[in-house]
Design a protein around this ligand. Sequence first.
Ligand code: CTP
Length: 422
Amino acid sequence: MRDLQNKHILLGVTGGIAAYKSAELLRRLQDAGATVRVVMTRGATEFITPLTMQALSGLPVSLDLLDTETESVMGHIELARWADLILVAPASAHFLAGLRLGRADDLLTTLCLAATCPIAVAPAMNQAMWSNVATQENCRILRANGIAFFGPDAGLQACGEVGQGRLLDVPDIVRLTTEVFPSGLLAGRTVMITAGPTREAIDPVRYISNHSSGKQGYALAEAAVEAGAKVLLISGPVALAAPQRVTLINVVSADEMYAAVMAQIAACDIFIGVAAVADFKPVAPAPHKIKKQLLPSPAAAGPARDAQTVSEPRTLTLSLVENPDIIASVARLPNRPFTVGFAAETENLLTYARQKLENKRLDLVIANNVADSSIGFNSDNNGTTIISADATVTLPVASKRQVSNRIIAAIANHLAAKEGQP
Ligand code: CTP
C-alpha cells in the first residue's frame, strides 16, 4: 500500500449508521502515515460521539461553523487550507445534495466550498436512496466537477435490504485515498515537460513572446518527480527557481525548444507540452539593432528623416514564418510517448481543446481558460478540464501544484489503461 506520510486528511463524518466505521477508518489512515482531523455534522454525532473521534485522532473535533472554541484552535478557512484531501466517509444523501448545490450551511459543506484540495466522498445510504434519480443526478454533477467517489458497495444493508449503497470497506477506502496522491504513480517512467514562453528574436535586443509564467509547467515537473518519475524540463525564459531533482534544460526560441525536445524524446515515456510556444517567428532577424531613423517615412519614402521633422508615424513591417509544432512532431514519432497537450484559450474552450486533441493526435488535452485572470497565465491557481477521446473531467479551481497532482494521477491512469494494465 502506498504511503500517506506527511499527508493532512480532513475526515468528514455525516449522519448515517455507517458513521461507526469512520472510527476504524481514522485509525487505518493514521496507520498509513496521515495526520487526520475530524469534522462531524450534527447528524453524525447521533451515531458516534465526538469524544470517540477526538480520543482516536488526538486532535479537537470540529462540529459547528461558529464554535469559538475550535475556531480559536484553527479557523475554518485555515482548516480548509490545512487539508491535502477532504474525505467524507460516510457521505449521506443529504450531504451530497448540499455539496452539489454549493451550500455552506454547516461546517463541513463550508469547508468543501473553501477548500482548494481534492475532495473524495464515500457514500453510504439505503439502496433506494442511492438509486433515486435525485441522488444519481447530484452524483453525476459532483463527478463532473472532479469530486472523487469511493464506492458505494453493494450487499446487505443495515436496514435489512440488499443493494448498492453500503459504505465501501475501510481497507478499500484507504487504498483509494492513497491513490489520490501521486507518490509512486510514475515510478520508473521518464517524463519530458516543456514550460514557459519562447522568445523569437526580431533583432539582437528585441523579441516576440507571450505572457506564460512557466508556473504550471514547473508545478507539473514537481508533481511528476513526487510521483517517482525522472523528469526532463525544457524551459523557455522564466523567473522561477529550478525544481529539485529535475533535469532543467534552458532554451530561448521555439527552434531551440524543438531541438532540445527531439534530442532526448526517444528516452521518454510521457511528453507534456505546457510551453506557450510562439507560433510564428520573424523570417530573418536583423543582425544588428534596428535603428528607427533608418526606417522609411510613410509620407515621403526616401532618405532617412530626422526625429524633429517627423509628422507621420513610421511603420515597421515584420515578416513572420511559422515555427515547428513541437507537440504535433512528438505525436507523429513512430514510437511516440504518451502525449499530453495544453490548450490555453480565451473563448470556445472545450471546442478548441477537442480540436487540438484530434488535430495534433494527442492522448490528453488539459484545457485552460486564460481569459479568466484569477486562473490564467500568471496566477498561482488554475481551473482545468482534462479531455481524452472518450471523457471530459473538470477539476475544481485549485493551486497549480494541486491541479498538477490531479493531472499526473490522470496521466498515470490513462497510460496504464492504454498499456492494458489493471
Ligand atoms: N505547441 C507546441 N508547439 C507549437 C505550438 C504549440 O508544442 N509550435 C503545443 C503547446 O505546448 C500546447 C499545445 O501545443 O501543448 C497547444 O498550444 P496552443 O498555443 O494552445 O495551440 P496552437 O497549436 O498554437 O494553436 P492556436 O495558437 O491557434 O490556438
